[in-house]
Design a protein around this ligand. Sequence first.
Ligand code: AMP
Length: 112
Amino acid sequence: MSDCLFCKIIAGEIPSSKVYEDDVCFAFNDIAPQAPTHFLVIPKAHIGSVSEVSADNSAVVAHIFEVIAKLAKEKGMESYRVVSNIGEQAGQSVFHLHFHVLSGRDMTWPPG
Ligand code: AMP
């Protein structure tokens, strides 16, 4: 999608701190980290949010979770949180599906 920030990051039009890339997904460090480790994993295909996941594209989400587990193991992350905000009230600010992966500090539950 031409006016999507994360599509531009995938295309290399906006610089990012890349963590991982394959044919399906791209991972990069969050520009405003909320934990010592905070990266985002996003599909290369534009999907607006979890609310647009369906039988047609859910294999992409399954793949992303495989990648999250692999990256966490590689980075020695024993405890971490995966978050996806859906809609403005929940805190979504970029409308391209993304999973925050946060680790390295104590976290509270429920979230604020
Ligand atoms: P959300 O608010 O859940 O939609 O998450 C969007 C995330 O994207 C926020 O944590 C931002 O800090 C992050 N973000 C925005 N612009 C960039 C960028 N250029 N590079 C890396 N992360 C970004």
